[in-house]
Design a protein. Structure first.
Length: 375
């Protein structure tokens, strides 16, 4: 094992930071992981729902995948409809390899499964610990952290991983820019619990032009509706009587990524390095992918290759997500008519539907060389 004794600090115990910690731990490292919050994402906040086949592949060596598959809903079909007409009906199970393209599991559950496996290595995040500064010679970064009791700790680490989300203090401290744009579009979402189990086997986007209303299962009796329309809730045709509105949120869409994912021995991963629209459900998956690659490279003593290896994957996903977002949020009537005519025809071309499936499954980025037979 190369460089197993190096001191590693992970800032952020979200999906990205927890994955980095777990992947390092199972290779014999003992990282410290700190988080400013009091615990993982609340179970009621579904947030990142889509867990794709690439993530399942990446989390299979740690056996988190087995646990995810026990809890998640497989999205066997992905549909796009417009005024009652089906434009796209993709069978997401027709994929080589052991997994379907995409499953649904609320982010809080995924994070708890990661935490559970991490505890097998006796690693527990230090909650309510805020990374305030990263300074000094970045080949041996000096980090100042503030604890819950108001005390501060300053320590040097061989490696610092900034997995501290889109407002990353680590990124700002080392002076890495986060260029990109904020779209005019906002997304609004609400999760509803029903009195009886609902059909949780598919995801659907209804194009209401201009705008969309998406429907995704959270559990057997909870559905998420996501929309670009602030008043979308009154347009929902619920499949069963509603028991409660479990959670609601809204967010403005940004497309941003760093030009460099590392500076000295400080590395950025997940939302700290890239953010984009939820179209395609790639956000959390891409962060998990960053974390797995970084952990492998650190263990191999090859972490200097991280940025060069990951930037192309980030660019691929952001380009793909941007295209998808433009397609579902277009407002020009002529463009909408052309899209609605072309989409079903394009889907009949096997190469086109295969490409779409590759992107939904996350197989459009480089496959992990450390997992035998990975796609
Ligand atoms: C309301 C909402 C809805 C979303 N819906 C979707 C969706 O439908 N699909 C999708 O793919 N994605 C969605 N996302 C995005 C998805 O949640 C993120 O892509 C994913 O959480 C990224 O994981 P991460 O670990 O990189 O960052 P985060 O989940 O942001 O985790 C970062 C962690 O760092 C901690 N932290 C922050 N600053 C510091 C600091 N200074 N010191 C120590 N710790 C710190 C935070 O407490 C947090 O726990 C949604 C996000 C939100 C907020």
């Amino acid at each position: 094992m190369a460089s197993g004794h190096r001191s590693i600090l992970i800032a952020g115990a979200g999906a990205t930071g927890l994955t980095a910690a777990l992947e390092l731990a199972r290779r014999g490292h003992l990282p410290r992981i700190v988080d400013s919050d009091t615990g993982p994402v609340a179970l009621a906040e579904s947030r990142a729902l889509g867990v794709n086949a690439r993530t399942l592949t990446l989390l299979s060596p740690s056996r988190v995948t087995d646990a995810i598959l026990q809890e998640a809903q497989q999205l066997a079909r992905f549909r796009v409809t417009s005024k009652g007409r089906k434009l796209v009906d993709l069978d997401t199970t027709k994929l080589p390899g052991p997994y379907g393209a995409i499953y649904a599991l609320a982010q809080g559950h995924t994070e708890r499964l990661l935490l559970g496996k991490l505890s097998d290595y006796e690693i527990v995040p230090e909650w309510q610990t805020v990374v305030e500064t990263v300074a000094g010679d970045l080949s041996k970064p000096r980090v100042t952290m503030r604890k819950a009791d108001g005390s501060t700790e300053t320590a040097e680490f061989d490696i610092v991983i900034g997995a501290d989300g889109s407002h990353s203090a680590v990124r700002k401290a080392v002076g890495i820019d986060f260029p990109g744009e904020a779209l005019e579009t906002s997304f609004y979402l609400a999760d509803f619990r029903y009195a009886v189990p609902i059909d949780a086997g598919f995801a659907e986007i209804n194009l209401v032009d201009p705008g969309i209303i998406g429907r995704l299962p959270v559990t057997r009796d909870v559905l998420r509706y996501i929309s670009t329309l602030p008043d979308f809730e009154r347009r929902i045709q619920h499949p069963a009587p509603v028991v409660e509105r479990v959670w609601a949120s809204d967010f403005r869409v940004h497309f941003r990524h760093v030009d460099r994912m590392a500076k000295g021995n400080v590395f950025l991963a997940g939302d700290a390095a890239h953010i984009h629209s939820p179209a395609g459900a790639r956000g959390m998956n891409l962060g998990i992918e960053d974390a797995c690659w970084l952990a492998w490279l650190i263990s191999e003593g090859r972490e200097k290759e991280y940025a060069a290896l990951r930037i192309p994957a980030v660019q691929t996903v952001l380009k793909q997500t941007y295209r998808l977002t433009s397609l579902i949020t277009m407002s020009n009537r002529v463009a909408i008519a052309i899209r609605n005519l072309a989409a079903p025809l394009m889907l009949r071309i096997p190469a086109f539907s295969q490409n779409l499936l590759r992107s939904v499954s996350g197989y459009d980025t480089q496959s992990p060389p450390w997992i035998d037979g990975a796609l």
